[in-house]
Design a protein around this ligand. Structure first.
Ligand code: PLP
Length: 445
C-alpha cells in the first residue's frame, strides 16, 4: 500500500468517495472526451469500475463483492474452505435449506419440471401458483394476491403499470431502487419526501395533490439500508385525507415485525385494507426468489392482464413457488422462529448501542447498519472483519450518502447471541485500526 504519491492518493480517494461521480467526468482515467464508439471500454460505467478497482488494489483491499460461497445461505457460511459468521444473507427465519422446504420444492419439480415453460397467461399456470397466492392473501387477509418472478421486477412493473403521466407518485427518499425505477417508468410526476418525515410528505400533498389524477404514496415496511420503520398510522391518515393510494414494500418486514411476523400492519395493529398495495419478496423470509402483491381483486386482475412483468415474463418456477408456500406455512406453524429473530434484533440493537456504535435511526429489525462515515473506512472495516471470520458487507456511496457509508448486518433467527456479540465487539475493537489505516492512506507526506 501507499505506492502512490500523496496527490495521486487524494485523487483516488476523491474518486472512491464519489466526488468524481459526475456524469461528465472521466473519473481521472485520462482527460479523454468520451467518443462515440462501439467499445465497451469507453463506457463511463466501465471506467467507474476500473477506478474503484484501482483504489482497492493500491490499498491492498480485496474486492468484498461477488465472492463464491461453498454452502447454503445461512447464518454461517463457508468461502474457499474457511468458515464465517454470515451477516450478509437474509435468511431471516433460518429456514433456507430446511428439509421440509427442500422436499416441497422437490415435489413440485418432480411433477412439473424446473420451468413452467411460458407466461402464466399463456400455458405456465400450475396449481402451486394459486396455492401460494392464496396463502399470501390469507396471510394478509386481503382479497387476492399475485406472484412475479423477481422482487425487483415486481416493484418496477406494478408501479409503472398502474400509474401514468396524469398521476403523482410520492416516495420516501430512501426507497429501494426498484420503487424508484417503477415510478420513473410510469411517466408520472415523481417527488421524494424526506426519509420517514410525515411533515415533508404532508407539505408535498398540500402543494401537489390537487394537480393530478391518481396519487401514490410509496414506502418500505422496514428500510433495507437503515432498518427503520415508517409511521404507518400517520401514512394511513394522510392517504385518507388526500385521497391517495398507499403502497408498502414488505421485503424486509415480512416474518420480521409484528407479533407473529405478519409485517407492518400487524406491528401497528392497522387493518391491511388500509394499505392499497402490499408488495413483498419471496427471496428473504420465504426462501426462494420472486415477488408478490396482495390487495383487492381489481388490483390483482389489472396486474394479471396488463403488468408487462407478469404478462410477458415466464411464470414462477413451480419448485420456487412450492418452497415459498412451505416457508409461509412454517412462518405460521413455528412462531418461535419469529420470536427468536425478534429477540436477536433487539439484542443486537442494544448491544450495538451499549458499545457506542452509530446505528443511525435503526429500530430492532433484521437490518442493522453500523455507520462508519466513509466508503473507504466501511470497505476497510468489512475487509478486516472478513479476516476475523465475519462476513458483513459495506454499503457505500452512491447507494448511501458518503458520510453515511456503513456495514450492514442482516440478522437471522439462526444467529446466536455469541455470534452477535463477537461481530459487534470486533467492530468496536477494529475501529481505531480502520482510522489508522485510513490516515496512513490519506496522509499528505
Ligand atoms: C425493499 C426491497 N424491495 C425489493 C427488493 C428486490 O427484491 P429481490 O431481491 O427479491 O428481487 C429488495 C431487495 O433486497 C428490497 O430490499
Amino acid at each position: 500500500m501507499n505506492k502512490l504519491s500523496a496527490q495521486d492518493r487524494s485523487k483516488l480517494l476523491a474518486q472512491f468517495a464519489g466526488v468524481a461521480n459526475n456524469k461528465n467526468s472521466t473519473l481521472g482515467v485520462g482527460a479523454v472526451k468520451v467518443k462515440k464508439s462501439c467499445n465497451f471500454k469507453d463506457f463511463l460505467l466501465y471506467k467507474k469500475i476500473q477506478a474503484h478497482s484501482k483504489v482497492a488494489e493500491q490499498m491492498g483491499i480485496p474486492n468484498p463483492f461477488m465472492q463464491c460461497h461453498g454452502g447454503m445461505a445461512k447464518a454461517h457460511t463457508n468461502i474457499e474452505g474457511v468458515d464465517y459468521i454470515n451477516f450478509a444473507t437474509y435468511d431471516y427465519l433460518g429456514l433456507n435449506g430446511d428439509k421440509r422446504i427442500n422436499d416441497a420444492a422437490f415435489m413440485q419439480m418432480e411433477q412439473y419440471g424446473t420451468s413452467c415453460g411460458s407466461s402464466r397467461l399463456v400455458a405456465g399456470e400450475r396449481p402451486v401458483h394459486r396455492a401460494l397466492e392464496q396463502a399470501i392473501a390469507d396471510h394478509y387477509g386481503t382479497e387476492s394476491a399475485l406472484c412475479f418472478v423477481s422482487g425487483h421486477a415486481t416493484n418496477v412493473t406494478v408501479i409503472s403499470t398502474l400509474f401514468n403521466r396524469d398521476d403523482l407518485i410520492l416516495y420516501d427518499r430512501l426507497s429501494h431502487n426498484s420503487i424508484l425505477l417503477g415510478a420513473k417508468d410510469s411517466g408520472a410526476t415523481i417527488l421524494a419526501f424526506k426519509h420517514n418525515d410525515i411533515q415533508s410528505l404532508r407539505e408535498l400533498l398540500i402543494e401537489q395533490r390537487g394537480k393530478y389524477n391518481n396519487c401514490l404514496i410509496v414506502t418500505e415496511g422496514v428500510f433495507s439500508m437503515d432498518g427503520d420503520i415508517p409511521d404507518l398510522p400517520a401514512l394511513v391518515a394522510l392517504k385518507k385525507e388526500f385521497d391517495a393510494f398507499l403502497m408498502i414494500d414488505e421485503a424486509h418486514s415480512l416474518g420480521v415485525i409484528g407479533n407473529t411476523g405478519r409485517g407492518i400492519c400487524e406491528y401497528y395493529n392497522i387493518p391491511t385494507q388500509d394499505v392499497d398495495i402490499i408488495m413483498g419478496t419471496l427471496s428473504k423470509t420465504l426462501c426462494a426468489c420472486g415477488g408478490y402483491v396482495a390487495g383487492k381483486k381489481e388490483l390483482i386482475e389489472m396486474l394479471e392482464y396488463y403488468a408487462p412483468g407478469f404478462v410477458y415474463s415466464v411464470g414462477l418456477s413451480p419448485a420456487l413457488a412450492g418452497a415459498s408456500l412451505k416457508a409461509m406455512e412454517l412462518l405460521h406453524s413455528e412462531p418461535e422462529r419469529v420470536q427468536k429473530l425478534q429477540a436477536n434484533c433487539l439484542y443486537a440493537k442494544n448491544k450495538a448501542k451499549e458499545l457506542g456504535l452509530d446505528i443511525g435511526s435503526a429500530s430492532a429489525t433484521a437490518v442493522l447498519p453500523v455507520i462508519i462515515g466513509s466508503s473507504l473506512k466501511a470497505t476497510i472495516l468489512s475487509n478486516l472483519l472478513f479476516q476475523h471470520g465475519i462476513l458483513a458487507l459495506p454499503i457505500i456511496f452512491p447507494v448511501v450518502e458518503e458520510a453515511k457509508a456503513r456495514i450492514r448486518f442482516f440478522l437471522s433467527a439462526s444467529h446466536t447471541s455469541s455470534d452477535i456479540d463477537r461481530a459487534l465487539e470486533i467492530v468496536k475493537e477494529l475501529l481505531p485500526e480502520v482510522a489508522k489505516y485510513e490516515a496512513q492512506f490519506t496522509k499528505t507526506e
